[in-house]
Structures are given as C-alpha cells and as structure tokens.
Ligand binder design. Structure first.
Ligand SMILES: [Zn+2]
Length: 610
C-alpha cells in the first residue's frame, strides 16, 4: 500500500544539496536481474493455482468448518504477502528512475503477475459472503477465527450487496467497457489536453501540471493568463467530459439500485466502515465554520495588496517563503519532534535514517511527490521524497515518517488488518506534521518567514478540510440532480460546482464565471465518487486529537500509540473510542475547526505586528 502525497510545487528545483540519502533495497531484491524475482513470481503463481484448486467451492458450503476456513485465510494471507513483494520492489525501483526501460518493464511484469494471481483469488471473498447465515453464525464464534473476525464481518457486510454469481460475473467481465472505460477516457482526455499561454511575447503549450504550477506564480498577470488558458481548454472538453460524468452518475444510480444501496454515498460509507450520520456531522460542522475561510482570504488579500481577490489569487505566494533548511537539520528536527512526544516513536523515526529506508535525493528521471510504502507486516516500510530544502519539505519528511512509524507499530496485525480504512489512513502522518509544525516555526528568523509558513500551513489545511467538503457537497448535489432530473447540462453542473465552492469563500473572494467549469478536470469525482470526504475527516480528526494531547499530555501518548498499533483491525468508531473519543459528537469536530481558527487568528496577529 502506497500512501501518495503528490502536490503541485511552485518553483524550479535549486541545485542539489550535497549528501541527500538514497535507499537500500537489497533486503527485497538485488536489482532488476535478481534471479529470485522470477523464482518468487513462479512460486507464487503456482501457489495461487493450488489455492483455487484446493478451496474453490469449499468455503460457501454447509459443512465448512472453522479449521478449514482458518487454513484458507492463512494461505490467502501468505499468498498476498508473496504477491506484494515483487511489485513493491519494482515500484520502488521505478520511482527513482522512471526513464530506465528495464525498470519500467519489470514494473509492468510484476503488475501483470499481480493481476493473474488475483484472478485465482476472487472467488474467496465472494464465497465468504455466500456462506449461509446460520453456518456463519456458528463459525464466527470459534475462538480460532477471532483473529480474523473483523475482516470476515466486513467482507460479509460488503457481500450483502452482491448480486447473483452469474450477474457479478457479467459485471466483472464487462467492467472495463462500462463506467471504468469512461473514467479512463476522462483521464486520457485530461492527460492529453494542452494549455496555450502567451508568456514574454511567445505562445507556449503547457501540460496540465505545468499550467497549474503557474497559479503559484508571484506575478498576478501570469496567474491570470494561466487561469484563462485552463478555462479555455476545459471549455473545449466540456461536451465530452459532461457526457462522461453523466454516464458515470447514471451507472452508479443503476448499480446502487440493483445492489440495494439507499443513497449515492452509502457504498463509500460502507467501505470506510463509517456511519453516514457521522460524515454528515463533519460536513455540517465544516460548513458552519466556512467564515474562517473568509477571514483568512481577507487577510491574504491585504497581504498581497489585492482588494478584488479572485480564484487565480488563491495560491499566490507570500513574501518570506524562501528559507532553506539542510537535510541533516531537517532529520534532527523531525526525529526530535517524534522523541518529544514519545521516545520509542523517536527511535522508530530515527531507524529510517540509520537503516537507509529513505530516498530523498534529487535525480534526473526520479518521479515527483512523496510517499511511504508499507510493504507487508513482516517487512519494514520505505520513504520516498524529493528534498529541495524548503520548509514544506521538512513537513513532508515528518508526514511520511508518520506513515512509516504507523506501519511499524501496526505490524503485529495480520496483513488483512494491517492498514486502517481510508478516513484513518492519514492519522499518524498528519499528527506528525502537527508535532513538527511549532518546532519548525521556532526555527525561522523573522516574523515575515513565520507568517509565510503559517499561511502555507493554513492553505494546506483548507485544501484538505474545507475544499474537500465543498467538493463532497458538489458530488452530493450532482448525484441527486442526475437521479431526480435525468441528464444534466454542463451549465447545470457548472452552477452546482460554483455554488458549492463560492459558499466556502463567502464574500472574501469572488470566483468568477471563468472558474465555473473547473470541476471538469477533478479526477476523484470521476474515479472514486465521494472519496474526498475522507481527507477532511482525517485532518479534522487529527486536529481534534492534537487538542486532546495538549490537554492531557502523558496519558494521551500511550492511548494514541495503541490506536496506531491497532492498524485496521477495528472500525473508526471502535478505534477512536479507545481514546475516549465519541466521533458521533458534533462538539468533537468543532474542536478541530477551533484549532484552524486559532491558526488564522495567529496569522492575523503576526501580520498586524509586521
Ligand atoms: Zn499521507
């Protein structure tokens, strides 16, 4: 499982700092040509065949015993473990040099191997879902299965929405020609779209990431031109992309009806093991706190000296963000911030540096962004990033080490319960950023630098919390509108998007008509409906947890460590109740928003003092 944290970066890379670490992958394999790769792939493929031959048809059977189910689960888990290692190695290796054809070919080969193994395993979860209720109730009480109870119960809840085997088979076999094909078409259209912009007297064609990065330019005219170029190209795609989105909305409506999901959001909530009522609370609390967004953008307008702030000013940089921090200093600060919380966690964080589990160097062909790759519970995680020395890179290091420490703590869980569900997946990483943030702020020399860092943190938090909720609300409106009125026009979708986004800014920033079609390139709404709320849920949860830590100090540390150690072995409600927290309590979520408010107030007072 890779926790990706890609972000648009605004500046060209400075010359590579000296001694940035690269990782050592030799405890996986020795390179593209390691003969153990082919040997492991062959052994695992055979094992998958054997698994199917041995267990298919025997799980969904009246006479199935707990010992038989246990044997199948243990073998299933072992198979997944064997399957992940070659692909994890290939992905890691590819990340550090995407131009090397041998690495690309290995990645493709391990992916094909992964899918071919998966085809022998699909029957297993389906059969778990089909075990007759009375048989399942008898089985699940067996002590030997208690270890797998959370996994089995969750599979059963998902399976309650399965159609008949014959129908499911048709859906699986046609899956790449239905919605998924349209989603892929949207990705390809967006990937191929170019953006024409006139800069310094010449017209240039930019890719999407290039033109988006111009929105971070200090020159307002460049930001305005970039925004106009984006709008022009998106409008050109509007007919096709609106058709695609309508098709996806309709397909989801049909499948939800057939599968018995009561609302457009229900299947996502079930996957996240969350009650929809709790998600509604999070959304409502965010909307009730939208005024903090207006407060901030009014401040930003005055700092930029712009009184008619509009959509292309949102990411304008503030003076003071040019500080550089060398990697050794960053290591020290991040490890100290973990140690200050708990010395065992500090030692875990330090082990990533000691053992060369981090690749932070800058190199040609290395992909952008950052991630933590937790391979399997019996293998340590790896951290990937590009360290350019900006304060936000120090935050990224803390973020990825948070994931890394989480993965190490969770390794006592079996593979099927190793990773928490999506809304909790960013807990440790976001918490680690919180631990580092004040320390980092203290490192800076001037109030101007502190204000720039604080504002960039506030903007990141807004992007994770309020913007995701605004997108979630757009999706809610779009899915319902399609169900109630049939096919939607681009203009109608534009109106829903603009309404959901403008609501967040209040009167502090006027988005303008040009921004109305910008829903057209958002990948999540096409690829994974309602995925976005998990970001807001996770970030607000951590803000509120951090407030608890500040109140309780020591007693919190132990309970928080236990929460991380539990991995994905329980639902979010069960896990957080271990911390004495009730996530169905509205006040709890307001606590998270109060911390954001406090940061904005701090920025206002720093700005006043300048
Ligand atoms: Zn992350």
């Amino acid at each position: 499982m890779f926790h990706g944290d890609d972000a648009v970066t605004e500046s060209a890379l400075p010359p590579p700092p000296p001694s940035l670490p690269t990782w050592d992958l030799s405890d996986l394999y020795n390179g593209v040509d390691d003969p153990r790769l082919d040997a492991d792939i062959a052994t695992c493929s055979q094992r998958a065949n054997d698994f199917e031959a041995r267990f298919k048809g025997s799980i969904c059977a009246d006479e199935v015993t707990s010992a038989h189910l246990l044997a199948a689960l243990a073998e299933y888990e072992a198979l997944l473990r064997d399957r992940y290692k070659p692909e994890a190695f290939a992905s890691l290796l590819f990340s550090t040099d995407t131009r090397d054809p041998a690495r690309g070919a290995l990645l493709q080969k391990t992916r094909e191997f992964g899918s071919s193994v998966a085809t022998h395993l699909v029957f297993f979860d389906i059969e778990i879902g089909e075990i007759p209720a009375a048989t399942y109730e008898r089985l699940i009480e067996a002590a030997e299965l208690s270890h797998y109870r959370h996994y089995l119960d969750h599979q059963r809840r998902l399976a309650a929405h399965n159609l008949s085997e014959a129908e499911e088979k048709i859906l699986v076999e046609t899956s790449t020609t239905r919605g998924r094909a349209f989603a892929r078409l949207a990705t390809e259209i967006n990937g191929r779209t170019t953006f024409e912009i006139e800069l310094g007297g010449t017209t240039e064609e930019k890719t999407q990431s290039e033109v988006l990065s111009l929105l971070f330019d200090a020159d307002r005219r460049i930001r305005e031109k970039a925004a106009a170029a984006i709008t022009r190209s998106l409008r050109n795609n509007a007919h096709t992309c609106t058709f695609i989105y309508n098709t996806l909305l309709h397909e989801k409506d049909v499948l939800d009806r057939l599968r018995g999901y009561e609302s457009p959001e229900a299947s996502r909530h079930l996957n996240n093991e969350l009650d929809g009522g709790i998600v509604d609370f999070v959304s409502e609390v965010c909307v009730a706190n939208y005024d903090v967004v207006s407060d901030y953008y009014r401040l930003k307008g005055s700092l930029l000296g712009i009184d008619d702030l509009t959509h292309y000013d949102r990411y304008a940089p503030l003076a003071g963000g040019e500080t550089r921090i060398d990697f050794d200093r960053a290591r020290q600060m991040v490890v100290n911030s973990f140690s200050g919380f708990s010395s065992p966690l500090g030692e875990m964080a330090n082990s990533f540096f000691e053992n060369r589990w981090i690749d932070a160097a800058l190199a040609d062909g290395k992909r952008g962004g950052a991630y933590c790759a937790g391979v399997t519970p019996d293998h340590h995680p790896y951290i990937f990033m590009n360290y350019t020395g900006q304060p936000r890179d120090v935050m990224t290091l803390a973020h990825e080490l948070g994931h890394g420490v989480h993965d190490i703590l969770a390794r006592s869980n079996h593979l099927l319960d190793y990773h928490p569900v999506l809304p909790l997946a960013e807990t440790a990483s976001t918490f680690a950023e919180m631990l580092l943030f004040d320390r980092l702020l203290g490192e800076l020399d001037s109030d101007r630098e502190r204000l720039a860092l604080l504002c960039s943190k506030i903007e990141d938090t807004f992007a994770t919390v309020f913007r995701q909720i605004a997108m979630f609300r757009f999706e809610q409106l779009a899915h319902r509108a399609r169900r109630e009125r049939g096919e939607l026009t681009t203009e109608k979708l534009n109106e829903l998007w603009q309404h959901s986004m403008q609501e967040m800014f209040g009167d502090s920033l006027k988005l303008g008509d040009e921004h109305a079609c910008w829903w057209l390139y958002i990948p999540h709404i096409v690829d994974a409906p309602f995925y976005v709320y998990a970001y807001a849920f996770g970030e607000l949860l951590v803000l509120a947890l951090y407030a608890r830590y500040q109140e309780e100090d020591e007693p919190f540390v132990e309970r928080y460590t236990q929460l991380l150690s539990a991995g994905g072995s329980q639902t979010p409600v069960e896990l957080t109740s271990r911390l004495g927290i009730d996530i169905s309590d509205r006040e709890f979520w307001q606590g998270g928003c109060d911390l954001i408010r406090a940061r904005v107030a701090e920025a206002v007072s720093l700005a006043t003092a300048l």
